[in-house]
Design a protein around this ligand. Structure first.
Ligand code: PLP
Length: 386
């Protein structure tokens, strides 16, 4: 058995797996299923503090990002793409595919977006239909302040599409207070269900904008409007993956019952970072640390693949490397959702220390030991808002 410690997909609890094996009905024809789906959407909305509409779509997280761009973008629309990470930049591709013109606002990949600098840019550049941004850009682990950035964009009448796939329920999010028009999540990160579902919270004004387009939405599967009247009409645009949704229901209940979820993510992340620093290794980013993933630089003399291979073959633990511009440069520990527990994180850090030793790169301090010491002296200063 391999222990999954990647920043998604994450470990899946047994009750979620069992829910996926329940007997199924015909989700197109059975009204009970519409009620279950509707209640689950409402539950997700409540936990994100929003009265906006919530839709669960069949497809991995990427579908949510693409569907947002597909449904809003009309040919020639100018879209502000906030780029301080690989996912942030990648949003521009979806904008282009649907005929929009991405305007990249790029900031350092080693820090969260500097809000003051963005504010002064917006003073003279604000002619955008919408903006895209990422809450936690998972490849680097940087966390952007969506609670400051989205209201700022909203003041200029710029709609916001936020990728919160790897932060949702690991970092507090208040959609309505932050004036987020579309927030995208997915099943396989903190939520800890298998990959396959994406969900979106959509503001009424954004739906209104989609309905008043002059050109049709150039997609069927990625067309958010197709979901708009599903409950009234008892009609889904395509047959819903019922077993995935049963699994999601249980995963969401698990989160709902977990009263210290944000607190635990924050504490474990902070202690992992302390351990990395005391070991003499280096964190990839310099500020704006997410509580869901820690990204560590691979020392120049080592090879990323060797580290990952030893961890997997000898210690049966899977963590992630980097991709795109971070390929071979970093390793990433996903301490999110079911992965976010002291035992699994401690075991991973211990195995990682031993791996470095095997590669003749002994660390200044054992990662697990510093992690435990750091947990003992950690001062709780946090109230959960789920
Ligand atoms: C995981 C993730 C997605 C989904 O993308 P995949 O590469 O298919 O896993 C989208 N955005 C963010 C920020 C993610 O972490």
């Amino acid at each position: 058995m391999i222990k999954l410690m990647t920043p998604g997909p994450t470990q899946v609890r047994e009750n979620v797996r069992l829910s996926r094996s329940m007997e199924t009905t015909n989700p197109d024809l059975d009204v009970d299923f519409y009620n279950d789906y509707h209640a689950l959407c409402k539950q997700i909305g409540d936990m994100l503090h929003t009265k906006n509409l919530v839709y669960i779509m069949s497809g991995e997280g990427i579908l949510g990002l693409e569907a947002s761009c597909a449904s809003i973008t009309e040919p020639g629309d100018k879209v502000l793409v906030l780029d301080n990470g690989i996912f942030g930049k990648g949003f521009g591709d979806f904008v282009s595919i649907y005929g929009g013109i991405p305007v990249y606002y790029s900031d350092s990949y080693e820090h969260e977006i500097n809000v003051e600098r963005l504010a002064s840019f917006l003073e003279s550049h604000h002619d955008f239909k919408y903006a895209t941004l990422v809450h936690c850009d998972t490849p680097s682990g940087v966390l952007n302040e969506i609670d400051k950035i989205c209201p700022l964009l909203h003041n200029y009448g710029i709609m916001t599409v936020v990728d919160a796939v790897s932060s949702m329920f690991g970092e507090p999010i208040d959609v309505d207070k932050s004036k987020i028009d579309i927030l995208c999540g997915a099943s396989q990160k903190v939520i800890s269900a298998p990959p396959g579902l994406t969900f979106l919270t959509v503001s009424k004004s954004t739906l209104h904008c989609m309905e008043n387009r002059t050109t049709p939405i150039a997609s069927f599967y990625a067309n958010i409007l197709n979901f708009k009247d599903y409950y009234k009409k008892k009609w889904f645009p395509y047959t819903m993956p019922i077993s995935d949704i049963y699994g999601l229901q249980t995963a969401i209940e698990n989160i709902k019952k977990d009263k210290k979820i944000y607190q635990r993510h924050k504490k474990i992340a902070s202690c992992v970072r302390n351990a990395v620093i005391s070991s003499g290794l280096e964190l990839y980013i310099k500020s704006g640390y997410s509580s869901t993933v820690t990204v560590i630089k691979v020392p120049d003399v080592l090879n990323c693949c060797d580290i990952l291979t030893i961890l997997k073959e000898k210690y049966h633990i899977l963590i992630a490397g980097g991709f795109d511009i971070l390929e071979n440069k970093v390793i990433r520990i996903g301490h999110m959702g079911e992965n976010c527990n002291i035992d699994d994180v401690a075991e991973t850090l211990d195995a990682l220390s031993r791996t470095f030793e095997l590669l003749h790169y002994p660390l200044e301090k054992n990662l697990k030991t510093s992690f435990i010491t750091s947990l003992e002296s950690y001062e709780e200063s946090y109230v959960d808002t789920l």
